[in-house]
Design a protein around this ligand. Structure first.
Ligand SMILES: C[S@@+](CC[C@H](N)C(=O)[O-])C[C@H]1O[C@@H](n2cnc3c(N)ncnc32)[C@H](O)[C@@H]1O
Length: 465
């Protein structure tokens, strides 16, 4: 009798190699949402972070990256599902946590905020308040960025990157994180560019035209902006506009991006039709937003997030407020009616122009916005030797604040710092530095802005001790 030759199983007493297939039992979830498995190597074991796996799962996974202290792997097959795994609602790479019940998702997020602050920040004595659950568990995003690519038969597709792949795009028909209208617009634009015979950009060969499609909605105004991101080149703008006319969108922008990296930021924007900005309503105000300006992607939950920031800021009518990393001014402008003065600082110039326009259109005359790097602007404000802020609100990107910026905030010596964070692992060291500088971490409240994903948002209140 002959037997099929099979690849020998990897030696689990050695560090795995890239490409190895491992049989792993998942112990816990890491920040960022990957499952954690441990190989019995050395004294402390060797950790493998497994994408697409949850605690209790036994999975077959392929190693995608190997480092000295850890490896990363992608789930190929769930051999035995963990006790908490539920059936997914949709095949959607942007919703990896849909295999966990929603109640469990929020419980894990709450626990991860606590863990980050205590373990990474070595902080204690603060009140961790219950997470604010999301209003909508699906179709909550007001902005989706899709990628163009090709399928196995070289047909044009538009959707999301396959998990762990920078080149393979999975076509999407109904994105359950977008509204029905947002989906209809994506389908309409996709049909238009396909009918025009346009091809997808291939980063390996650096050939091809279509890169990304950004669909952004004002959920409460009905405004929709279509932004087509392409390589530099020519295309028949009139034919494109005619083809998408039935979609009746309020703004059509064409962005030409030259680099190899996949980004929808920093290209050359050309307004093809309609207005250059769309409007959204939030906290009783109306905001205009430019294509490249940041705006919270979950409108309903942004309102709740700002509500928490407002509560923690506890303004009394005469406070001077800095709104750092202010985007189009949303937090500062919602605080302005209870402040004496608001100064917003933001690095994206167009967002600052939007913020000033938003102040005017909402008839707020005690807010001004400065374009620049928060590190430099804080130094300038300190050197100008004007009155100091009573409250600093800061809402940085995922990387958090540099030590220098944290030091400058502490030097400004506000009574309260309201830190809005989209990453508890960077909030933790920043908050620890502020505690070192004489602040007390008083309260923290997570807010679930991103159901079905591992992303965590929270607001922290630090008070001058
Ligand atoms: C998470 S967003 C928050 C925006 C706004 N607070 C909101 O709620 O919509 C972070 C913002 O920080 C800005 N930013 C990033 N680095 C910055 C820097 N060094 N100085 C000033 N702003 C910065 C980004 O452009 C972005 O608008």
């Amino acid at each position: 009798m002959t037997t099929e030759p099979t690849a020998p199983p990897p030696d689990l007493t050695k560090r795995p190699e890239r490409g190895d297939e491992l049989d792993l039992r998942i112990e816990s979830l890491a920040f960022g949402g990957n499952g954690v498995a441990r190989l019995a190597l050395g004294d402390r074991g060797y950790v493998v972070f497994v994408r697409g796996a949850i605690p209790g799962d036994r999975v077959r996974a392929r190693v995608t990256k190997r480092k000295r202290d850890y490896a990363e792997a992608l789930t190929l097959e769930v051999v035995e599902p963990g006790p908490d795994r539920i059936a997914p609602v949709a095949d959607h790479p942007g919703a990896p946590w849909q295999v966990l019940a929603y109640e469990q998702q929020v419980q894990i997020k709450q626990g991860q905020v606590d863990d980050a602050l205590r373990r990474l920040g070595r902080l204690d004595g603060f009140e961790l308040e219950p997470i604010v659950p999301a209003v909508e568990q699906w179709r909550y995003r007001n902005k989706l960025e899709y990628s163009f690519g090709v399928d196995e038969a070289a047909n044009l597709v538009c959707g999301f990157h396959a998990p762990g792949s920078w080149s393979r795009i999975l076509h999407v028909e109904d994105c359950l994180l977008a509204s029905e209208r947002g989906n209809a617009v994506r389908r309409g634009v996709f049909e238009a560019v396909r009918a025009m015979g346009l091809g997808a950009y291939d980063r390996r060969t650096q050939q091809g035209f279509l890169r990304n499609l950004v669909v952004r909605e004002g959920r409460r105004t009905g405004d929709v902006q279509v932004r087509l991101v392409t390589s530099p080149g020519e295309f028949d703008e009139d034919a494109f506009l005619a083809a998408i006319e039935p979609l009746a969108v309020q703004s059509v922008v064409w962005t030409q991006a030259a680099g190899v990296a996949e980004t929808t930021q920093g290209g050359r924007d050309i307004l093809l039709a309609g207005a250059d900005r769309i409007a959204e309503e939030l906290s009783g105000m109306r905001f205009a937003l430019s294509a490249e300006a940041f705006f919270q992607t979950n409108t309903e939950m942004a309102e709740q997030l700002y509500g928490v920031a407002n509560e923690y800021a506890a303004l009394r009518g005469w406070d001077r407020v800095y709104d750092l990393c202010c985007g189009i001014g949303t937090i500062g402008l919602t605080l302005a009616p209870r402040a004496s003065e608001v100064i917003g600082v933001e690095i994206v110039e167009q967002a600052v122009i939007d913020a000033s326009a938003n102040a005017r259109s909402n008839e707020i005359d005690n807010a001004r916005f400065i374009a620049g790097d928060v590190r430099v602007v804080l130094k300038d404000l300190a050197e100008a030797d004007g009155p100091r802020p009573d409250v600093v609100v800061v809402d940085p990107p995922r990387a958090g604040l540099s030590k220098k910026v944290v030091a400058r905030i502490a030097e400004a010596s506000p009574k309260r710092i309201v830190y809005v964070s989209c990453n508890p692992t960077t909030l933790a060291p920043n908050a620890a530095q502020l505690v070192e500088a004489g602040y007390r971490l008083a309260r923290v409240r997570p807010v679930d802005m991103f159901p079905q994903t591992p992303h965590i948002e929270c607001v922290a209140l630090l008070e001058r001790a």
